[in-house]
Design a protein around this ligand. Sequence first.
Ligand code: SAM
Length: 137
Amino acid sequence: MHHANLGTLLRTCDAVGACLAVPPWRWVDEALARGNTLRRPSCVHRVGDPLRWLAAERAGGARVLGVELTDEAVRLADLPMARRRTVVVLGHEATGIPAEALDNLDAAVEIPMIGTGLSLNVAVAGSLVLYKLAGLS
Ligand SMILES: C[S@@+](CC[C@H](N)C(=O)[O-])C[C@H]1O[C@@H](n2cnc3c(N)ncnc32)[C@H](O)[C@@H]1O
């Protein structure tokens, strides 16, 4: 929803050695072109059908981890470093991760909050989880 988030996430992905998977929509490419302040090419996968791609990643052995406040979610502090290929799913700023994608998760991770807001900005939430998975924080 807020295009600047894609550029922020792209920089985090680059910092931790991850790739960013995005749907092949024109506004996504425009947002990435505007938000990419890195000086060298970064790793971006254009994913045709995100749900089908998630299912294929799972079938291929990747762990699919949702970043979302859910009842069964693991707390960020208890999330171990990723030891195998891991796909991190982030939600829409207004509506979160859609139900069809939640069905395709192996697990969910939540970032506990004690403030008055109901959720974090998606790029902040994604960056915190990526750093934990990378073992850099
Ligand atoms: C602004 S939040 C979405 C809030 C939305 N109203 C909802 O119903 O889910 C955007 C995304 O950031 C991530 N996120 C934000 N805060 C989070 C938290 N405390 N723990 C885990 N994920 C969070 C999730 O991926 C969420 O779908």
